[in-house]
Design a protein. Structure first.
Lengths: 377, 128
């Protein structure tokens, strides 16, 4: 068994490429990852206006296969993978018996008895362990195949146009949250129309040894369209603008899907028991104590993870993620606040009511609808 | 990474150019590279007394915020309005148009103590 948190960060199949590109590398969840290649703001804006190329090989890939795979996943997760048609995917979560979130996941049904579960890098071993325990006694095998896959994402409004000439797949038939085994630049891959940026885009699961040729082919094909490589810093501001939750920030073991405003992922009406059902059914009925909200700052000082949110000068919550938004040109934050204060804010966004406590000074903030950014239709 | 010979440096990654009784202060190339895109810099207003080694402002970047330390004792005489309008200039030209503020030295004519030479600063940033 591999050490889940090795002291030396583990390289991805593309680390040499990032070094060649002059990336600033950082340790992230035990992996050596590109934080940025040049300006993270430029990388963010490239994804919003053209396209960006990401190495996501740190993500965990776990397969669940066998005659009982679908039923086993229905029991192990809060969603209902058995209802997925082969070739489709769903955003879901794995929860503890008390309803706390162990991880958020994308589950791909590759074939009737073959599922791919994609987990966060920091949680891959916890998810693998929980799936193994929950599937015991059923006719299905759980395998951590993270080392067998590289994962490259191409995201942005130009992503489909850049990818189309490199693949025989008809991209118009690869719908959002669908996956399709095909070839790109002559390499066999699993192509998925998924992402974490708020833009259209694709994720390419490949063999590790095919990652570099794929990266180079995409880079060459996209250069004229403004495609540039983008690092974790841009990925974080992109997902925050799109109000996509991040484990460790908006999601965690003390947070249920309902707290996070994602109660829709819990399929209480699915047949059969599942881990967390009792706690989550209770939680579904209870009035929430805290809610996840969006706030924008009026000053240029930036709210960060862990800062207090104030309502009429008193602490009412905590920032989970905050950053200067390249698209909006001002600071944005997601925060958990007491349910009462968000409800009484009214249609003016609680003008004058809310503030961030930024290192001791109250900086005025406005309550806004999430997401902060929605891509043009 | 650039470390101009004619400047002096702090352990906290500010640079200072001393010309008689006037000092011009900014953050180093190493600092701007480590911070990433600078989005806002708060600097002490003209007239503010600053003390060497004490925080006097802050630098906000995409991922973090850092205190800004004064390398010298004195009184702020001027701040760089261009940085307020376009903080990216700190990344683009940290030793030039990205300067942050100017100080009239308290002890004019004396070289402030406790500053690093370019060679010492280069050594410091090699270790980190």
């Amino acid at each position: 068994m591999t050490d889940p948190q090795p002291s030396q960060p583990r390289p991805t199949p593309l680390t040499a490429v990032h070094e060649r590109l002059g990336a600033k590398l950082t340790g992230f969840a035990g992996w050596l990852m590109p934080l940025r290649y040049g300006s993270e703001t430029a990388e963010h804006l490239a994804v919003r206006t053209a396209a960006g190329l990401f190495d996501l090989s740190h993500m965990g890939e776990i397969t669940v296969a066998g005659p009982d795979a679908a039923a086993a996943l229905d029991y192990a997760l809060v969603g209902q993978p058995s209802a997925l048609a082969p070739g489709r995917a769903r955003y879901t979560m794995i929860c503890a018996p008390d309803g706390g979130i162990i991880d958020d996941l994308i589950v791909y049904r590759l074939a009737a008895e073959d599922f791919l579960v994609v987990a966060n890098a920091s949680n891959t071993s916890a998810v693998y362990q929980a799936l193994g325990e929950r599937i015991t006694g059923r006719d299905a095998d759980v395998t951590d195949r993270t080392s067998d896959y590289a994962l490259i994402a191409i995201q942005g409004p130009r992503a489909a146009a850049i990818l189309a000439p490199l693949t025989s797949a008809n991209l118009q038939q690869v719908r959002y949250y669908a996956s399709y085994p095909t070839t790109v630049a002559g390499r066999e891959i699993l192509l998925a129309r998924t992402g974490y940026t708020g833009e259209d885009g694709f994720e390419l699961f490949s063999r590790p040894e095919d990652a570099e040729p794929l990266w180079d082919a995409l880079t060459a094909a996209g250069a004229a369209d403004g495609l540039i490589p983008a690092g974790l810093a841009a990925r974080d501001t992109l997902r925050l603008e799109a109000a996509m939750p991040l484990y460790g920030n908006e999601l965690g073991p003390d947070i249920t899907p309902y707290d996070a405003g994602l109660g829709r992922v819990v399929k209480l009406d699915k047949p059969g028991d599942f881990v967390g059902r009792e706690a989550l059914a209770r939680r579904a009925q209870a009035a929430p104590e805290r809610v996840l909200v969006g706030l924008t700052g009026r000053s240029r000082r930036v709210p960060r993870h862990g800062y207090d949110v104030l309502s009429d000068g008193s602490r009412c919550g905590t920032v989970t993620s905050g950053a200067p938004s390249p698209t909006l040109g001002k600071p944005i934050a997601m925060a958990y606040v007491e349910a009462g204060v968000a409800e009484t804010a009214g249609p003016d966004g609680g003008a004058g009511q809310f503030a961030f406590d930024i290192r001791g000074s109250a900086e005025p903030a406005d309550l806004v609808q999430l997401p902060f950014y929605r891509r043009p239709a | 990474m650039t470390v101009p010979d004619e400047l002096r440096y702090t352990q906290e990654h500010e640079w200072v150019a001393i010309d008689g009784a006037a000092a011009t202060i900014g953050i180093t190339d190493h600092a701007q590279q480590a911070l990433g895109d600078v989005v806002f810099v708060s600097v002490p207003a003209p007239g503010t007394k600053v003390t060497a080694g004490e925080p006097c402002g802050e630098v906000e970047s995409t991922k973090s915020v850092s205190d800004l330390y004064s390398p010298v004792d004195g009184e702020v005489t001027e701040v760089n309005g261009e940085v307020d309008e376009n903080p990216g200039v700190v990344n683009a030209d940290p030793y030039g148009s990205g300067w942050l503020f100017k100080v009239a030295l308290a002890a004019s004519g004396e070289m402030p103590s406790g500053l690093l030479s370019a060679a010492d600063y280069e050594e410091l940033t090699k270790e980190t």
